[in-house]
Design a protein around this ligand. Structure first.
Ligand code: GCW
Length: 715
């Protein structure tokens, strides 16, 4: 056989290569915001002075990743070679290293002092006579974050000519949880099967797990819990730990720590003991040995997440012990290794008697955890869902954020859209999360009276000077090419990471960054996609659950379709108490469940009184007649009708807004997303009609605008 293919064949090979490379650029959404697409030449010119190589001041795994990422990104975005050489500084370069390493190289530079862990400094400076861009971190991971930030700026054509910028994370904890089962399914996951597990084992090929870690690192996320909080005890089998350590290997280059969800009954379920009582010394011993073994195999292991005494999970209540007893026994095993325990505050009785009007699931977290404030070890973090129920389309901030002064906290936000359209409908959650994070709890803080105490500061440990705390997002990315099941939904992962890094960023800034990186800087694209994303939560809320009634979805089934009756007459406690005259949960102190009493006094006042309770949470806190007049001047029932019609109309308008993008973005994503909006418009009508007809039948009150009930049976 000839060593050289004949010309015709060579041509075919070349064509094939071209076709393949075009195909490789096909926009599946897989690259998310790390597309590094080439800047147009006139913009690339702005970076003519940008160095063409990097000098790395250390040789750690993470620094090497930073160096490779810089080479990959800079060469792709600027369309010219960038070499990741290691040689000493003999020309203009990007310098990558920790602050200490930088000091050794250039003692005369004055790097910022007192930066927090994982922070970085981006600085344009002359070093040894050469023009350089410095990316210096307090840690190796900080350097990697700095590289991603630098690349993001270049990709968005931001000037870096005289850059001098310090960035540091708001809180040490910036984690995601994956609810992956060992059989490969993901609880509440809508983006395909698990990246980590298949058929009861860790996958052989963990390429996507590594790519996931890259995405996480690019937005400053430093930990990932890989298995479901409804944990299979087998995850702690010795043979499984060896498998899981391979996932940690895939994460490590990106500075992402692996952690595991554990079943509290493990000492008995898989450990051969006859008890899992946290106060039994055999149990403490078991945890200690298990944890030592994990650290032997995964030296940078992050810790455990615990769901106990909740939704059928076993917990310390089996032995009359408290969550603090349970958390501490594990925390003490982890402590010598620097690990932490996330103990979830999502502990409630799902067999509540719905006939008792004083019962209230919303009260559970505070009732269970507030009395234990101060009893938890300092490497325990209480992981608290943003609202007191369960990721509904609108909830007030959980009162527990204000109820722990001597205990570390983290807020749990849900990136996967379990109750908000399951990625089949657009719902950009950053505006919702910001409302909670910015909400001032008015906690009385004797050491800083009259200072605001927003949720973001409480969870970050700033208000009460806690050693740790922060942000956890339930992500549930899967094997689908676009990770979450929809390219637009990835804005929620991006937004979570950006807020965990800096909750003071605005939703507008976040979506502008994301759109530029994921699509382009074309003004039509920026305007349209930002507008769609920023309006999507309100639109979704208006046709699924206005006035704080909760998402009126099928709560005993798929958490997706409208099914308002499924909330009532069962023990799950997601009640809206709609009857033929009135609707809403009375949670007041005066006449209701007393939930309002769990808030600090200023917040109690706000929610207790109908005069001050905001309309958008009215039915969360009060039971009112359908004819009750809102602050807006409309009756409750007319608002419900109007809101559903308006929401469905606005969802339909998403289609025409999206159509303005034809020719402005790639055809693949254009068509894919158009089909989703067409589907969503139909779903919004189904929601509108189901809820409006249901409430019309219940109340018998006609729609002033004569839209509702034409096809519904008369009351
Ligand atoms: O809302 C519920 C979900 C469950 C989930 C639970 C939790 C992992 O429907 O699927 O279980 O919350 O947060 O523990």
């Amino acid at each position: 056989m000839s060593r050289f293919p004949p010309f015709a064949a060579l041509g075919a090979v070349l064509l094939c290569a071209v076709a393949l490379s075009i195909q490789a650029r096909a926009e599946t959404g897989a690259e998310a915001w790390l597309r590094y697409s080439a800047l147009p030449p006139q913009l690339a010119k702005r970076y003519a002075q940008f160095p063409t190589s990097a000098v790395v001041l250390g040789d750690s795994l993470v620094l090497k990743t930073a160096q490779k990422e810089l080479a990959r990104g800079a060469s792709q975005i600027l369309g010219r070679p960038f070499s990741a050489d290691n040689s000493s500084l003999s020309h203009s370069a990007v310098i990558l290293g920790t602050l200490d390493q930088l000091h050794d190289l250039a003692p005369n530079l004055n790097p910022p002092r007192g930066m927090s862990n994982d922070g970085y400094w981006l600085k344009s400076a002359t070093v040894h006579g050469f023009h350089c861009i410095i990316v210096a971190g307090t840690t190796d991971r900080g350097v990697l974050y700095g590289v991603f930030a630098l690349l993001s700026k270049i990709a968005r054509a931001e000037s870096i000519a005289s850059i001098d910028e310090i960035q540091q994370p708001y809180a040490p904890i910036r984690w995601v949880n994956q609810w992956d089962n060992l059989d490969g399914r993901i609880e509440r996951g809508y983006g395909g099967p698990s990246l980590f597990f298949a058929d009861g084992k860790v996958r052989d090929d963990l390429t996507r797990a590594g790519q996931y870690a890259r995405l996480l690192a690019s937005i400053g996320i430093n930990g990932c819990t890989v298995n479901n909080v409804n944990a299979d005890p087998r995850i702690l089998d010795d043979n499984f730990i060896a498998q899981v350590s391979r996932i940690a290997d895939a994460f490590r280059p990106w500075g992402v720590q692996l952690s595991l969800s554990v079943d509290l009954s493990s000492p008995k379920a898989i450990g051969g003991l006859d008890t899992f009582d946290p106060l039994d010394s055999k149990v403490a011993d078991w945890w200690r040995k298990k944890v030592d073994e994990i650290y032997r195999q995964i030296p940078d292991f992050g810790g455990f997440v615990v769901k106990a005494d909740s939704e059928g999970r076993l917990g310390p209540s089996t032995y009359g012990r408290t969550p603090a007893d349970a958390a501490n026994v594990i925390a003490r095993a982890l402590k010598p290794h620097g690990g932490v325990v996330f103990y979830r505050a999502f502990v409630y009785n799902h067999h509540l008697d719905w006939r008792n009007l004083k019962n209230d699931r919303a009260k559970a977290a505070y009732d269970n955890f507030h009395p234990l404030d101060g009893d938890f070890d300092d490497n325990v973090i209480i992981q608290i869902k943003n609202g007191p129920i369960d990721f509904q389309v609108r909830e007030p901030a959980s009162p527990l954020f204000a109820g722990l002064r001597h205990t570390n906290e983290a807020i749990e936000l849900q990136i996967t859209q379990e109750y908000t359209g399951q990625q089949r409908q657009l719902c950009f959650l950053v505006p919702m999360w910001k409302e909670v994070l910015d909400f001032d709890m008015h906690v009385d803080n004797p050491s800083a009276r009259n200072q605001p105490t927003p949720v973001k500061d409480l969870v970050a440990g700033r208000t009460f000077h806690r050693p740790t705390g922060g942000f956890v997002g339930v992500a549930d990315l899967g094997m689908d090419a676009n990770w979450l099941g929809s390219p637009l939904a990835m804005a929620n992962l991006y937004g979570f990471g950006r807020l965990a890094w800096n909750p003071n960023l605005s939703a507008e800034t976040i979506i502008d960054e994301w759109t530029r990186l994921t699509f382009s800087a074309d003004p039509v694209v920026l305007h349209t996609i930002s507008k769609l994303q920023l309006s999507s939560w309100h639109v979704y809320e208006s046709y699924t659950g206005p006035l704080g009634a909760g998402t009126l979805t099928n709560i005993t089934g798929n958490h997706y379709d409208p099914a308002p009756e499924s909330s009532e007459e069962n023990g799950w406690g997601q009640w809206h108490r709609a009857d033929h005259t009135s609707i809403g949960m009375d949670r007041t102190i005066a006449t209701g469940t007393g939930f309002v009493g769990q808030y600090p006094p200023a917040i109690q006042q706000l929610y207790e009184s109908l005069a001050t309770c905001p309309d958008n949470l009215l039915l969360f806190f009060h039971h009112v007649p359908y004819t009750y007049v809102l602050h807006s001047g409309k009756t409750v029932i007319q608002h419900i009708y109007d809101s559903h019609y308006d929401g469905a109309e606005r969802a339909r308008d998403f289609i025409s807004q999206w159509k303005t993008l034809q020719g402005h973005i790639d055809e693949e994503r254009y068509r894919d997303i158009l089909a989703r909006f067409e589907y969503q418009a139909g779903e919004a009508v189904v929601w509108r009609d189901t809820i409006c007809n249901w409430i019309y039948r219940l109340s018998g009150i006609p729609d002033e605008k004569h839209r509702v009930g034409s096809s519904a049976p008369s009351p």
